[in-house]
Design a protein around this ligand. Structure first.
Ligand SMILES: Cc1ncc(COP(=O)(O)O)c(C=O)c1O
Length: 405
């Protein structure tokens, strides 16, 4: 049996929406992108969402909108995909890396120590679909001693009056934290709609806007939309209307808009996300939990705790009592069974780029422990019970072989 890691979910509804876009005569940003924004807003509990061409773009756009640049610092967890830190780096600011907790999310106890008068934003990451501890992060960022350190240097920073909390929710669309959906847990949330994500537009991202007063959600949406279209006052769709050709460029924007033909895929998927796609992911996760709970060496990921619930994006199995070399050997064995697995993630200070910048693993012991024992198993709606049991068997047999059990 050959089991891929994360094939996209393409059914007749997806094919219909894509064909509809192709035949409509309009394939770049237009009505389908707008409709997807409305659906994402509904799922996230916000009034305004802007779709862009990736989560990386979304993070960069938000940081740019908040006036972040050279001389600024942005706090990120060390355990995440490189895009979280690269978005900061591309704007000329410095990512300050903080260790994580055993649940893979940024450790709030380690945040205060790295906040300085240069800190302009913090980017918690909802690894594997499990939300970071937003209540504690909000409390730290809004505390009087931290607010006092904040030195605004543009209108947006002046208006917020404190560090921006920008959630990297690349993995967590549809998750809940203490009963509230991801999207409305902090100031701004960025989802990824990349090919392997729970909802995909092939490549794509979405920015859910939840800023406090006196920000006006629609105004922020309009500013960001302008910034994702070269700073052009009229989008291409509006310009095609008879007589509507004249436009102006009023700021040096990026080109990050989402095409309708891509939005069409996500639109078909999101309509059945709550009723089918997310429950199906949960079904797979639950079966893994039942099967692996028979083995004391299997450390299961946190998926539900009261009214906090994962989006079941990655099934991050950890194996007790092994080191990195043994983990790698187990993965090699699993591959012999034609099962594709992964590791999420190599902590950033271990990657050449960041090593060369001077980052080290010295203060990232939990990140290293999580990484060295982690194997991400396939999780997606199309997996059958037979396939899931085959994957479990492949992991068990591989563990036994490597550990000589
Ligand atoms: C945690 C995290 N943040 C950001 C990204 C970037 O997402 P995108 O590929 O949509 O830019 C990813 C991609 O996998 C991710 O895993």
């Amino acid at each position: 049996m050959n089991i891929p890691f994360s094939p996209p979910y393409i059914d007749d509804d997806v094919l219909f929406e894509v064909e509809d876009s192709l035949k409509s005569g309009w394939i770049t940003t237009g009505p389908k992108t707008k409709a997807l924004e409305v659906e994402i807003s509904k799922i996230s509990g916000v009034d305004h969402t802007l779709c862009v061409n990736s989560a990386t773009s979304g993070l960069m756009l938000v940081l740019k909108w908040f006036g972040i640049g050279p001389g600024d610092e942005v706090i990120v967890p060390s355990y995440t995909y490189c895009a979280t830190a690269l978005a900061v780096h591309h704007l000329g600011a410095i990512p300050i890396m903080v260790d994580v907790k055993p649940d893979f999310t940024i450790d709030p106890d380690k945040i205060l120590a790295v906040i300085s008068d240069k800190t302009k934003a913090i980017i918690p990451v909802d690894i594997a679909g499990w939300p970071a501890d937003y209540d504690t992060i909000n409390k730290i960022i809004c505390s009087a001693e931290v607010v006092k350190l904040f030195h605004p240097n543009c209108a947006q920073q002046q208006q917020l009056g404190r560090i921006l909390i920008l959630s990297d929710a690349a993995h967590s669309i549809g998750a809940f934290y203490k009963g509230k959906p991801t999207g409305c847990l902090c100031d701004i949330t960025v989802f990824s709609l990349h090919a392997v994500k729970n909802i995909t537009t092939a490549e794509g991202g979405a920015i859910a806007i939840n800023l406090p007063k006196p920000f006006i959600g629609f105004d922020v949406y309009a500013q960001m939309r302008l910034m994702c279209l070269n700073g052009q006052t009229k989008d291409a769709y509006t310009k095609t209307k008879v007589g509507g050709w004249r436009y102006d460029i009023i700021l040096p924007g990026f080109k990050m808009n989402m095409p309708d033909v891509c939005a069409a895929i996500g639109l078909a998927q999101i309509r059945k996300y709550k009723s089918l796609l997310l429950p199906e992911r949960k079904r797979v996760a639950k079966l893994y939990q039942v099967e692996f709970s028979k083995y004391t060496w299997a450390q299961l990921p946190l998926l539900m705790n009261g009214d906090t619930e994962s989006a079941y994006h990655i099934f991050a199995l950890r194996i007790n009592g092994i080191n990195e070399t043994q983990r790698d050997a187990i993965i090699d064995e699993i591959a012999l069974h034609q099962v594709a697995v992964n590791v999420h993630f190599i902590p950033m200070p271990m990657l050449t780029l960041f090593k060369d910048m001077g980052y080290t693993m010295e203060n990232h012991l939990v990140a290293y422990d999580n990484y060295s024992r982690e194997i991400s198993l396939p999780i997606y709606p199309q997996l059958t019970t037979i396939q899931i049991k085959y994957i479990v068997d492949a992991v068990v047999v591989s563990y036994n072989k490597v550990m000589g059990v």
